[in-house]
Design a protein around this ligand. Structure first.
Ligand code: GLC
Ligand code: CA
Length: 550
């Protein structure tokens, strides 16, 4: 299990209201107790934080808000002592508009070699006042921004498919791949065991940058700037670098792709293969409605394309870009929603029943932890934190909010600083003691009862379920392989075998009787809701998952 740490929201060591590396270091025992084999850190490089680190100004350092290279190296070392590997986040599609390369390009003017590292183009219209094409940005507005030239005149336009603060890099310029080669090695040399590569489907743009011609839904990219073959040239280069690095240094570093290919398994296979990424996230479960058929399709689609190659996916139910599962599953439309046309950053607006959502999230977690492949857990998920929906607009920082003119709330609600203690002191233990600054996003009133401390003392809490499930997953040899066999035990339910173990997920609203044949020679080793004793007699209550093993 890999534990995803959103650095800014995890633990603040110096009281400035921002999570930091020393904060993570102080919480290593907690992460180790969860059973994590690895930590994935969201970007912690110097950045103006306009998309919280996904806008990098220096790929070879740590943001002073988060610490120093020295603290980073110490974190790597201390994590290693717990048997935890550290993965970083690499952002290759774009850098910050404050990156020295971009500042140089602005200063150097049109036609300069410095502009060739980006996508600068003349505008259309009589005096270049119209963008070069009609592409819209993922986070809203045009994908083009006009610059003011050094002489003060309105000038060229540059491409930023996310926001204007994240100019896209043109990988045809030799400096670009060369810098990323150096970057990967730089961090591997400091003990980093791999990278989660950001937004890999966006690298490379259709030649001639033609108009898209039709409206693209908010949160989705145009096919003219997604899945371009140039991306694959870059990933093959990275994979060769990694193979070479591993061979020369006797290491085992890996590359993991963030490729939004939910509902498009063929596209996933194009990124995960022996010449490109070792692994990729399977995002299908983050958009699948709470229904057995949808879950089965999500699992089958992903496994079908990868298993044939002996490869496996990285499953996830939560991350810093999606509405937290407790809220998602508690929505009145959780069973009907189809992911078609829906994006991870535009959630539903239906009513939320949080208790129901938490019950389902527990069941979903148990089912996911039994799937073949690796599993990513997003910090706070083990506390069953909901999405914070009622943040006032003025505290929202996600560029999605501003770029959509407030129409889309954005992703701040899944990034609220974590509650560690019941007592409100130091923002529920997020920051040290009295006198600490307010956290960068406000915590809700009830954060204390959701804290790690509160859940620790309740053995039926979701925190205990996580720990138990991760521990059993590790021990149970049946779960180690890549096999998965479906059992059809009735409409609306999901049952699969992994070796001799059997997992039953009942996402319906009524009790399910497990067929005696499945119970024979097996006992219940885990139940997502331990308060329902009936499971012992072979019943799986509504919205519950059980693991059966010999
Ligand atoms: C990825 C990141 C997201 C970021 C975007 C642009 O999707 O996960 O947080 O905003 O890329 O870099
Ligand atoms: Ca801090």
């Amino acid at each position: 299990m890999t534990y995803q740490v959103y650095v800014r929201s995890f633990a603040d060591s110096n009281g400035d209201g921002l999570g930091d590396l020393a904060g993570i270091r102080s919480r290593l025992p907690y992460i180790a107790a969860l059973g994590a084999d690895a930590i994935w850190l969201n970007p912690c490089y110097p950045s103006p934080q306009r998309d919280h680190g996904y806008d990098v100004t220096d790929y070879f350092d740590i943001d002073p808000e988060y610490g120093t290279l020295e603290i980073f190296e110490d974190l790597v070392e201390q994590a290693r002592q717990y048997g935890i590997r550290l993965l970083m986040d690499v952002v290759p599609n774009h850098c910050s508009s404050d990156h020295p390369w971009f500042l140089e390009a602005l200063a150097a003017g049109p036609g300069s070699p410095a502009r060739e590292r980006f996508w600068f183009r003349d505008g259309k219209g009589e005096s270049g006042e119209l963008p070069p094409n009609d592409w819209t940005a993922i986070f809203g507005g045009s994908a083009w921004t006009r610059v003011t030239e050094p002489d003060g005149s309105p000038g060229q336009w540059y491409l930023g498919v996310f926001t204007p603060h994240q100019p896209d890099l043109d990988w045809h310029h030799p400096d670009v791949p060369e810098m990323f080669d150096r970057m990967l090695r730089f961090w591997f040399d400091r003990g980093v065991e791999g990278f989660r590569a950001d937004a890999v489907t966006f690298l490379g743009k259709t030649e001639g940058l033609p108009d898209h011609g039709a409206e693209v839904p908010f949160g989705k990219g145009s096919h003219l700037f997604t899945h371009h073959p140039d991306g694959h040239i870059a990933w093959r280069r990275w994979r060769r670098l990694v193979e070479d690095y591993n061979r020369t240094n006797d290491r085992d570093v890996l590359l993991l792709a963030e490729a939004w290919t939910a509902d498009d398994p063929g596209a996933l296979a194009a990124y995960v293969n022996p010449e490109e990424f070792h692994q990729a996230f399977a995002f299908d479960l983050t958009t699948a409605p709470w229904r057995a058929d949808a879950w089965r399709k999500a699992i089958d689609d992903t496994l079908d394309v990868l298993q044939a190659e002996g490869l496996y996916p990285a499953w996830t139910l939560n991350n810093h870009d999606v509405e937290r599962a407790v809220t998602r599953y508690g929505r009145a439309d959780a069973t009907q929603l189809d992911d078609v046309g829906r994006s991870n950053i535009v959630p539903s607006a239906a009513e939320v029943d949080e208790r129901l959502g938490r019950r389902r999230a527990r069941a979903a977690t148990l089912a996911m932890l039994a799937l073949p492949g690796s599993v990513f857990l997003y910090a706070g998920e083990e506390l069953g934190l909901p999405e914070v929906l009622d943040l006032p607009d003025e505290v929202r920082t996600d560029p999605v909010h501003a770029r959509s003119g407030g129409r889309v709330k954005g992703r701040d609600g899944c990034r609220i600083p974590l509650p560690w203690t019941v007592s409100p002191a130091g923002s529920h233990g997020f920051s040290p003691g009295p006198g600490a600054a307010e956290p960068w996003l406000p915590q809700p009133e009830d954060w204390g009862i959701r804290s790690a401390e509160a859940l620790e003392s309740d053995t039926s809490s979701i925190l205990h379920l996580y720990r138990d499930a991760v521990a059993v997953r590790r021990k149970l040899t049946d779960l180690q392989g890549l096999d998965l066999t479906w059992h059809d035990i009735g409409p609306g339910v999901l049952a699969f075998a992994r070796g001799n173990a059997v997992v039953v997920l009942n996402p319906t609203d009524h009790d399910l009787q497990i067929p005696p044949a499945l119970l024979e020679g097996r006992r219940v080793v885990l139940v997502s809701d331990p308060s329902r004793r009936s499971t012992v007699r072979g019943t799986v209550p509504a919205d519950t998952c059980v693991w059966l093993a010999p």
